[in-house]
Design a protein around this ligand. Structure first.
Ligand code: BGP
Length: 483
């Protein structure tokens, strides 16, 4: 669209935000009664993470929470998205509540509210209690749904009086694909498509039942799950590439978003899965529950980093077990795909980051437009940001590349808003530097530099605002009028 009279500013109640996840910032991995999560175990398997980095200490947010919130306040941040570590609340996944865990999040929530920052909670950002993995195989068993909903309800009951923005699951598509297809997240399985789809069905049921539970407790709360949306462009005008795009969209995007937004799986995707014998098994009543939750969802959460290209992939073509670039050496990742359907080559028209992620600000607008026309739901951009090598020089971090990246994404986001998309919030990834799951500490995303390296014993963990911190502060002050 070409809007001739765009608004100068973002909507007056726009939530300028930033995000994190418990495992990536908190540290204190075995303090105050916390149980072990699958990530606490997985990072200890040799070869799984970059230079064997762990979140044992992370950036020590657990002990520096007040300082971090002070920095948010000084920046003028409107919302802070963070996740709760399930193992702090229920060390073994179920059973008795660990009150020390609840107390930490109460302090964080109160600190935010006292500083005029709206808390936005992610219920699950991948750190499943290891006890549930041991007990019944975690997400692979239907038992997970009840334990998850019990955990989620506990959070709603304890924090729902003050917290009105909830994200149930973070990137269900990512943690399941890495966990059951690529072996790069726990439980480290390779190409187990049947389990992958069943696990996803359990996760959808956990999402849906949590949404319903939240709304029955707090009808004024707003809820959705966050999807890692990588919109696709067809490689060429060949019909087979257009069909590859359609297959990609149904199997990689709408497979998740349709369940959140409509409460059903895309028909073509299900037909494909049935023909392969890998379609998920439903229990009686599941269909109705998914539909009920879809009616209650308030927004689509979107983590946007990049778009992709969809190209026809012959039956003897590439599969999902690709080589990922976890070192920051440009050009070391390889193409992945599903034989017979699609593959995702690099977009030759767009630049990439050092970790080979495509940089495509227009893709953010595309994502919002697609969601708006398909689901007509409001949108929360729950993550967007640039992972880069930052250098601390004479007490300062100059990161013009990050400012440029965020600015260009915000310009496109603003266009999407002018075009009618209802975007409620924009959270950058991330507020402070933090652990990148597979890429260690050298891949930095924050507005605030944290002095630490891969080695646990190096660095003071001091916080140093980067140039981008001051740029975002000004952007918030001017409500995005001067991008
Ligand atoms: C998303 C996750 C975040 C974060 C981000 C950056 O997929 O929700 O937790 O890690 O990606 O990814 P990475 O750390 O791999 O660069």
């Amino acid at each position: 669209m070409y809007i001739t009279k765009p608004n100068k500013e973002f909507p007056s109640d726009f939530l300028w935000g930033s995000a994190s996840a418990a495992y990536q910032v908190e540290g204190a991995w075995d303090e105050d009664g916390k149980g072990r999560s699958v990530w606490d175990e997985f990072v200890r398997i040799p070869g799984k993470t970059f230079k064997a980095t762990t979140g044992d200490k992370a950036v020590d947010h657990y002990h520096r929470m007040e300082e971090d919130v002070r920095l948010m306040k000084e920046m003028g941040l409107k919302t802070y998205r963070f996740s709760i570590a399930w193992t702090r609340i229920f060390p073994d996944g179920n059973g008795e509540v660990n009150e020390e865990g609840v107390a930490f999040y109460n302090r964080l929530i109160d600190e935010l509210i006292n500083n005029d920052i709206t808390p936005m909670i992610t219920v699950y950002h991948w750190d499943l209690p290891q006890a549930l993995e041991n007990e019944y195989g975690g997400w692979e068993s239907r038992h997970i749904v009840d334990d998850f909903v019990h955990y989620a309800k506990t959070l709603f009951e304890r924090f729902g009086d003050r917290v009105k923005h909830w994200i149930v699951l973070n990137e269900q598509n990512v943690f399941t694909a890495h966990g059951w297809l690529m072996a790069t997240h726990p439980p480290g399985k390779v190409n187990d498509r049947k389990t992958f789809y069943q696990v996803n069905h359990h996760a959808f049921m956990a999402h849906a039942k949590s949404v319903i539970a939240l709304k029955s407790l707090w009808s004024d709360a707003m809820v959705g799950s966050s999807f890692a949306f990588g919109p696709s462009y067809a490689k060429s005008d060949k019909p087979e590439d257009a069909m590859a795009k359609m297959d990609y969209d149904d199997l990689q995007s709408y497979y998740w978003m349709d369940v959140y937004g409509y409460g059903r799986y895309p028909r073509a995707a299900l037909a494909q899965l049935r023909s392969e014998g890998v379609a998920p098994v439903f229990e009686e009543g599941d269909e109705e529950i998914l539909k009920e939750a879809a009616q209650l969802v308030d927004f689509m959460g979107v983590n946007y980093y990049q778009t992709c290209v969809a190209e026809y992939n012959p039956i003897d073509g590439v599969g999902m077990t690709n080589t990922m670039n976890t070192t920051g050496k440009k050009g070391t990742s390889t193409v992945q795909g599903v034989p017979g359907l699609y593959k995702n080559p690099q977009n030759e028209h767009l630049p990439t980051t050092d970790w080979d992620w495509t940089i495509d600000p227009e893709g953010l607008r595309f994502a919002c437009r697609d969601i708006t026309s398909r689901y007509d739901l409001p949108i929360v951009i729950s993550e967007n940001g640039l992972g880069a090598f930052d250098k601390l020089e004479e007490g300062k971090v100059h990161d013009p590349y990050r400012i440029d990246y965020l600015k260009r994404h915000l310009i496109e986001l603003k266009k999407a808003i002018d075009e009618g998309c209802r975007v409620l919030a924009y959270c950058t990834w991330s507020f402070t530097d933090l652990l990148s799951w597979l890429n260690g500490y050298q891949k930095r995303y924050g507005f605030v530099y944290v002095d630490r390296e891969e080695d646990e014993n190096e660095g003071t963990l001091n916080r140093i605002p980067k140039d981008s911190y001051y740029w975002y502060k000004y952007t918030i002050e001017t409500n995005g009028a001067e991008l």
